[in-house]
Design a protein around this ligand. Structure first.
Ligand SMILES: [Mg+2]
Length: 236
């Protein structure tokens, strides 16, 4: 049986859930690493860095490639990314409709992202979503440990005044799904972003057994109303 406590708060991840940012981010990352002499395709970058912060990049690159990433490199990469976001970033289809639906149902919502607040706000502004989420914006910079640790989701729930068991997280990344489960929250895997076709990504997602999985954002409204059963439970 699934938990019967109704959802009072939906916590959205940002990248790959509200905005279709991951193809752009992976593209910028692959280009930046090439400058450092590291050859990696988008799938390799997705496996290593999806759902994690830019600052965690340095650690991974140091360990695996013995290459030092300094602050100037990260700043340059961030600027390249922001420029691409301003020109190319698109919202995830259906997200405004879903937020309107949550409002009609009396369910609260917020965003909790591994990105810096500046990047979250830029992403939401570039896609005309900022008004729908201000002031309920939570960045991993507000907590000690980022995803896959549960800290950010627990912080967001506490700030919104909702128990973890009444929260539903919408995530696209394995790191984010692990974080939600560690926080004792239900989690829907959203696979409608442009970056979700990789076999390694699909395998990682399936192994985590999210409570539901969908690639059309509108299905979230069915899930919160209980019209849709979790994929890992039978109807029998
Ligand atoms: Mg994400």
């Amino acid at each position: 049986m699934m938990a019967t406590q109704p959802t009072q708060l939906v916590i959205f991840d940002c990248d790959g859930v509200l905005v279709d940012s991951e193809p752009i981010a992976l593209d910028v990352l692959v280009d930046a690493l090439a400058v450092k002499g590291i050859t990696m395709d988008a799938e390799g970058a997705a496996e290593r860095f999806l759902g994690r912060s830019i600052s965690s990049l340095a650690e991974v690159v140091r360990q695996e490639f013995q290459v030092e990433i300094d602050q100037a490199f990260l700043t340059h990469m961030r600027e390249a990314l922001y420029a691409r976001f301003r020109s190319d970033l698109k919202p995830i289809a259906g997200i405004k409709y879903v937020v309107g639906g949550l409002k009609a149902l009396g369910i609260s919502w917020c965003v909790a992202s591994s990105s810096q607040r500046e990047r979250i706000e830029l992403s939401l502004a570039a896609t005309d979503l900022l008004d729908h989420f201000t002031p309920s914006i939570f960045s991993a910079t507000m907590v000690k440990n980022g995803k896959p640790a549960p800290d950010l989701f627990l912080y967001a729930a506490a700030a919104m005044g909702v128990e973890p068991s009444a929260c539903l997280v919408v995530e696209d990344s394995p790191a984010g799904i692990v974080a939600a489960q560690a926080a004792g929250m239900r989690v829907c895997a959203f696979t409608g972003g442009s970056h979700t076709g990789y076999a390694s990504y699909q395998a990682a997602l399936g192994a985590l057994h999210p409570d539901a999985r969908f690639d059309a954002m509108e299905e979230l409204l069915h899930f919160v109303q209980g019209a849709r059963r979790p994929e890992n439970h039978s109807d029998a």
